[in-house]
Ligand binder design. Structure first.
Ligand code: APR
Length: 246
């Protein structure tokens, strides 16, 4: 049987699907990935993650980190979901209506494009770039920060307000991680889309799924060659979803 037919059969017959997305799923919306095979294209080949995506980086120079996130928000604010986000959202909606398949969506992305495409629910493992909270008292900061160049002060405790994204060395949100583990543990098809599978614990979810008997499918123009992957579809996410008519 051709690999594409095998993949289609897997997708159609799976009872529980766990989709894990990474930065690559938003690449066709014009949002840069972090790591790219092409030198100089991923954000981490231009910027230092220790400086911009770690608690030490923020404590050393909150202003620079805040402004970097303000810049990223500015770049992302007009971006729209692409065919991959839309296909995943339709798939989830179909599964709600038909009731014969459970499709869990776990994302490492902070851009909110899955929600904008109509996906629900979306488990955000690395937070959300549009949200802010106080570094000191954890209070959610509701006020708009659009255009603010200086780090806002928490109105409750006077602490510094930071973007609600998970930085290197920080724990993932507990509830989101529980949902992700449970979806990976109980699925029969695990679909990894647009992630370099280098950042743990998210990168360990595919192995968890496989250890429980799930088939693992990867969509990526530069396959990660992970030993846990059963089916590799080399291509851009939006194009692959279209080709498979998902
Ligand atoms: N479709 C699918 N995949 C793509 C596309 C595309 N159009 N374009 C690029 N890719 C792939 C790249 O080949 C790469 O393997 O997407 C992957 C992006 O990898 P990363 O940039 O490492 O993104 P991700 O895996 O989400 O990173 C994990 O690292 O810095 C942290 O917190 C950040 O959530 C992020 C985490």
């Amino acid at each position: 049987m051709e690999i594409e037919q095998e993949v289609l059969d897997l997708i159609e017959n799976a009872k529980r699907v766990c989709i894990l997305t990474g930065a690559g799923v938003s690449a066709e919306s014009g949002i840069a990935t972090f790591r790219d095979a092409q030198e100089g294209k991923g954000l981490w080949s231009q910027y230092d993650p220790q400086q911009l995506a770690s608690i030490d980086g923020f404590l050393n120079d909150p202003q620079t980190v805040w402004q970097w996130y303000q810049w990223r928000r500015d770049v992302n604010k007009d971006k729209e979901p692409n065919p991959a986000h839309l296909a995943i959202a339709r798939w989830q909606q179909r599964s709600h209506q038909d009731g014969n398949q459970l499709v869990s969506l776990i994302t490492q992305n902070v851009d909110g494009l899955h929600q904008k495409a109509g996906s629900s629910p979306v488990t955000e493992l690395h937070g959300n770039i549009w949200h802010n909270h106080c570094l000191q008292c954890n209070q959610i900061h509701q006020a708009s920060v659009e255009g603010l160049e200086a780090v806002p002060e928490c109105t409750y405790c006077g602490g510094q307000v930071r973007p609600s994204v998970v930085w290197f060395g920080e724990a993932l949100p507990e509830q989101a991680w529980r949902e992700a583990e449970s979806a990976a543990y109980s699925c029969d098809l695990f679909l990894s889309v647009g992630t370099s599978s280098q950042v743990y614990p998210a990168a360990g979810l595919a192995a968890l799924a496989k250890s429980q008997g799930a088939k693992v499918l990867e969509i990526n123009p530069d396959p990660t060659n992970s030993s846990v992957v059963d089916y590799q579809i080399a291509g851009k996410a939006g194009e692959v979803f279209k080709r498979f008519n998902i």
